[in-house]
Design a protein around this ligand. Structure first.
Ligand code: SAH
Length: 384
């Protein structure tokens, strides 16, 4: 396949790893139903369960975090054996855990299809945040992101999204409990929008994993139609990677901007449905000499008028092969202060997990394919 030199993102439907046919529930290669992806109604119909048994299985999956259906309290042993033969609990296998000195843990998880995805556990004072992957690789081709260099290998099934959270909760009881889920790992979650929306519903279910809707956040590079759908159908919070304040720079850094330019993206955010006190998070990766000027800060203020938002600055995390650099700390703080002085609520994301390449934009292993480059505006060459 030849690659477009302008490196437009490929935002057509992505290949799937566990493809359901029609209304059939997703299954693994042995034909077992993947339970973690199913709504209650789907669970009941796939396993021919009555309402009470559906609730027992739901509870076992998401409260007791059972790895094995042989042990569902309240089900007869024969019924449990039958379920165990027909259904599968964890859709991923935990292959490796890498711990950073700062307490961050990177989990490497294998899909049945032989792909590897990464999730990162970031402990806080009272709760741990888990950053999960939504795809194997990514199609968006953001110029500063390591995952982009893999290209897109496939979508994760809903069960594979949920498995990242369930496996981590079951396994790591020595950290504060997992209380935040962010879809900020590998992939573009809204390029896999249907399964991501289904996963957010399962995460917030109060008789299940019971994450508050305010504690589940989906981050997107800016796929406008999918943002609109997400706003209608998901209980979770929205984060958008802004990363530039002009179309010229954003076209270069994030080719998705050629399809959905800033004016269209911002109009969509102005119309985005929010509940009281909810705000959209605007992520902004700070790249030295590229998007970190005080003029950029002033433009962020201007362009976010009418959007209920907070800005989260992410000083660039360097990775092998990148030409981009992290700005000096004083530049980061001056940028933050320039926003705050204009009344924009702004925080700076502290780098965690850098030692194990678990920080933002450091997930994934670039494949054999050479990275595609887009052309920077003439006056904006990153330092080599
Ligand atoms: N595809 C989604 C979610 C994954 S990236 C999105 O684009 O929002 C999560 C955040 O990390 C995004 O805001 C992205 O811009 C940022 N990011 C990517 N590479 C980075 C890097 N090397 N250093 C710092 N942040 C990075």
């Amino acid at each position: 396949m030849t690659r477009n030199l302008l490196a437009e993102p490929d935002v057509e439907p992505a290949p799937e790893t566990n493809t359901p046919a029609g209304d059939d529930p997703p299954r693994d290669r042995e034909g077992r139903v993947l339970l973690h992806g199913l709504s209650r109604a789907q669970l009941a119909s796939a396993l021919e369960l009555d309402a009470a048994d559906t609730e027992r299985v739901w509870r076992a999956l998401y409260r007791e975090l059972t790895p094995d259906l042989a042990r569902v309290p309240g089900l007869s042993p024969a019924r449990a054996r039958d379920l165990r033969a027909r259904a599968r609990v964890d859709a991923l296998t935990l292959a490796e855990v890498r711990e950073s000195p700062d307490g961050t843990r990177k989990l490497l998880l294998d899909t049945d299809a032989g792909a590897r995805v990464e999730a990162v556990l970031i402990p806080g004072a009272r709760r741990t945040t888990i950053c999960i992957s939504s795809q194997v690789g990514c199609a968006m081709n953001c110029q500063f992101c390591l995952t982009a260099k893999m290209g897109l290998r496939g979508n994760l099934a809903t069960a594979e999204l949920i498995a990242q959270v369930v496996i981590a909760r079951r396994r790591f009881r020595d950290m504060p409990p997992i209380g935040n889920v962010v879809f900020m790992g590998m992939g573009e979650p809204l390029h896999n929008v249907e399964r991501v929306i289904a996963a957010t519903r399962i995460l917030v279910d109060q008789r299940g994993l019971d994450l508050g809707a305010r504690r589940v956040t989906v981050s997107t590079s800016g796929l406008v139609p999918a943002i609109e759908r997400f706003g209608r159908e998901s209980p979770a919070q929205l984060a958008v990677s802004l990363n530039a304040t002009t179309d010229e720079v954003r076209d270069w850094l994030m080719p998705v901007n050629r399809r959905y330019p800033l004016a269209r993206l911002l109009a969509c955010l102005r119309a985005f449905p929010l509940r009281p006190r909810e705000r959209i998070t605007l992520e902004y990766v700070l790249l030295a000499g590229v998007n970190d000027s005080l003029a950029d800060a002033a433009r962020i203020h201007d362009m976010t008028q009418g959007i209920a938002c907070k800005v989260n600055l992410i000083p660039f995390n360097e990775h092998p092969g990148t030409e981009f650099r992290r700005p000096d700390e004083r530049v980061v703080l001056a940028f933050r202060d320039a926003l705050r002085e204009r009344g924009v609520s702004t925080s700076v994301r502290r780098t965690r997990g850098d030692e194990t390449m678990a920080a933002c934009g450091q997930l994934g292993r670039p494949g054999p394919r050479p990275p595609r480059r887009t052309v920077p505006p003439a006056r904006l060459k990153p330092r080599a």
